[in-house]
Design a protein around this ligand. Structure first.
Ligand code: AVJ
Length: 324
């Protein structure tokens, strides 16, 4: 069966099971971080964002709060009508600054937030209705590129795409290049992308953001095992796994693992997975970037760099790129 057909006939939960079993059958076990976001994890991620050690959200909020007029001008100075699209919109807290300013300036546009979590989209929908009743928005659940393709086909206005929060950091360098190329292919010359990147900085600061002192990131990782237990009939003993975080300041890769604390056997449905004591499951990468690496990513995927906005500490950057 072709991969596409296979995906069409598999239900969401069968796909989840297939990905989990395939990942845990690899020599180097791994679980895909795309399954991190269910209602419980959304809540945990919101706690991470509010925690003292996780600086990323506050840095990007600093940019959206203090550079609102620059951001707005870069979007509106073309003079033509546009659609504003956000990939992985989440609860939209940073985007709200931009949306407010655009509306205050009388801009006529539609907002299309796309997210894989239905739960967080509902929260976002309520937020938007309450704080910006005049905004016209369309919540879209699902795969980024599928949703984007539909929006691009349905309207011929110019597109402004937001991809914030260093969401791009969850891809390997090869994957993020492929992602940006796909994005510029789908869009048209003159369209804009605003992308948030977490910058390389003191390695200890980065490591702490992902091994926070409150232990929320640890819960966030372990929660995926709980979800496997609940949805796929697994019997992971959560107390037999421990979160371990690493940051390699050479490659800029900050990676999370769950380490098995003993030789153990885990059953998922009718599948048995064996773990050795100290064997890691690779969970997620949060890639950190230098300004040069970001510029190179733009150029190598047919974008030209329009501007870069930094927070006051220069820990985070929102880059605005134009499709060539
Ligand atoms: C949502 C991908 C931006 O990598 O910083 C936070 C996810 N994982 N703490 C990140 C995450 C653990 C986060 N992103």
């Amino acid at each position: 069966m072709s991969l596409l057909l296979e995906q069409l006939v598999l239900t969401q939960s069968q796909l989840f099971l297939k990905d989990v079993i395939e990942g845990l059958r690899l020599d180097q076990k791994e679980l895909s971080s795309k399954y991190f976001y269910d209602a419980e994890r959304d809540l945990l991620f919101q706690q991470i964002m509010a925690s003292e050690d996780y600086y990323l959200t506050r840095c990007e909020e600093d940019i959206f709060r203090n550079k609102t007029s620059e951001l707005t001008l870069a979007i509106t100075n073309r003079g033509t009508l546009f659609d504003l699209i956000e990939l992985g919109a989440g609860d939209g807290s940073k985007t709200l600054f931009l949306l407010k300013e655009l509306i205050d300036q009388g801009e006529d546009f539609d907002f299309f937030p796309i997210d894989i979590s239905k739960n967080i989209l509902e929260i976002l929908g309520q937020n938007l209705q309450e704080s910006l009743p005049e905004l016209s928005f369309h919540l879209t659940e699902g795969d980024y590129f599928e949703a984007l393709r539909e929006i691009v086909t349905a309207s011929h206005k110019r597109k402004v795409v937001l991809f914030l929060g260093s969401n791009i950091g969850n891809m390997s360098p090869g994957e993020s290049l492929e992602f940006c190329r796909h994005l510029s292919d789908l869009l048209s010359p003159g369209d804009l992308v605003i992308m948030g990147f977490d910058l390389r900085k003191n390695p200890a600061t980065i490591l702490r953001a992902y091994s926070d002192r409150e232990g929320i990131t640890s819960k966030f990782n372990l929660n995926l095992l709980r979800r496997i237990n609940r949805e796929l009939g697994g019997d992971f003993n959560l107390s037999q796994f421990e979160h371990y975080q690493s940051y390699d300041p050479i490659s800029g890769a900050c990676k999370s693992y769950l380490v098995s604390l003993s030789d153990q056997k885990v059953t998922i449905g009718d599948q048995i997975i064996l773990f050795k004591e100290n064997e890691p499951i690779y969970m997620e990468v949060s890639q950190k970037f230098s300004p040069e690496e970001i510029d190179a990513l733009a150029v190598n995927s047919s974008f030209s760099v329009i501007a870069n906005w930094y927070d006051s500490k220069k820990w985070f950057v929102d880059a605005i790129w134009e499709v060539q």
